[in-house]
Design a protein around this ligand. Sequence first.
Ligand code: PPE
Length: 303
Amino acid sequence: MYHKLKIWMNGELVDWNDAKIHVMSHVAHYGSSTFEGIRCYDTAKGSAILFLDEHVRRLWESSKIYRIEIPYSEAEIKDAIIATVKANEHKACYIRPLVYRGQGALGVNPHRASIEVAIATWEWGAYLGEDVLENGVDVKVSSWHRLAPNTLPSWAKAGGNYMNSQLIKMEAISDGYAEGLSLDQNGYVAEGSGENIFVVRHNILYTPFAGQSILPGFTRHAVMDIAKRLGYEVRETLIPRESLYIADEIFLTGTAAEITPVRSVDKYPIGQEKRGPVTEALQHEYLKVVRSGEDPYNWLTFI
Ligand code: PPE
């Protein structure tokens, strides 16, 4: 399947099987890459990319934090993303722009390494399994904490940061859960291995604040906008672990996961052990935009 797709690499569309890097690329040894995860939806008004400008901006910001200078403009990369989606004839897809340090530097100091850019696309369904948008997922609190402040920068969506996500994810999977939730260095809830988290209690939404070892996601932001429009109060605050166990509802947000309900945490049942009414209202509004193409929030770029 994938071998029929094209990947944009440093300005050219190449075959999937030819999109290779050298083993002595800096990124292979030290995780020196930044990337994005973007979705293109098949709306009733045609294919549209969700939060295109925001994702490309964050790719630049993640790169700036790691002192990576991207040898293209943001406009060039947006055009390249659209060209790749079109070349692969997707109606809906996941888009993965990747910036990485290539050859030229042996050793930690990356400054002599080339900066390479690639954009891959593929069709990706439900991130945490089928039916989960309705039935929810079982998650556990990870024994691994999230990146502590001033160690790896959680605001940068960077390759190396995801070694921590992998530890969280692998532990969860091997223990029989769909996802792991990480706590910050002080023991407060941070996020999932690849999603932000919201807790609902007495019709109020709680989510960790942006400085709390999380990647402040665009889906998180979208949910806050929808919640306010629907009249829910949203509080960005510290979330103690025990508040998870007595929550009315919990859900995870991310480009890949969209809005995924959580039905249990550490085997404690959450609410009715399926999608709750607040989650459903928010999910409905989010999916309405990406399915209908009606875009009162100005989220979509039609291609
Ligand atoms: N936290 C983390 C750690 C994270 O990786 C993501 C996205 C989010 C929060 C939510 O951000 P946003 O997509 O802007 O709402 N995770 C991406 C990568 C997943 C992967 O397996 O790779 C994604 O959802 O595309």
